[in-house]
Design a protein around this ligand. Sequence first.
Ligand SMILES: [Fe+2]
Ligand SMILES: [Fe+2]
Length: 119
Amino acid sequence: MIRHDNFIHYKTGIQSIDDDHWKLISMMNDIIDQLNEDIDVSHLLSKFTKELQDHFNREELEMIKINFPYYKFHKQEHIRLANEMTKINLINTHIIEKLELVLIQHIDTYDMQIGTFNQ
Ligand SMILES: [Fe+2]
Ligand SMILES: [Fe+2]
């Protein structure tokens, strides 16, 4: 499980994006903690989904700002992941895997490219 202390690894160097990622990973950790304690996470999940969409929008504006060449491709991936989030339901036993897919794997494989390009 990804915790805050591993987060330094995921810095893109663009402050607004990194701040958003920090917040989303923190929300994800809270969801995992509550799942582990058998607490209903429906409210946290809908909050996370909204935050994620807001973040995608902000990140897309940042990509436009720096003329990121893979913007269209990256945006398509955001649309795909937002769609994945709509398929989460509370009897889904794969909530954590889904969150890792839409957040951690995406940051690692897609968002880090923005930071590399922006250097
Ligand atoms: Fe992204
Ligand atoms: Fe992102």
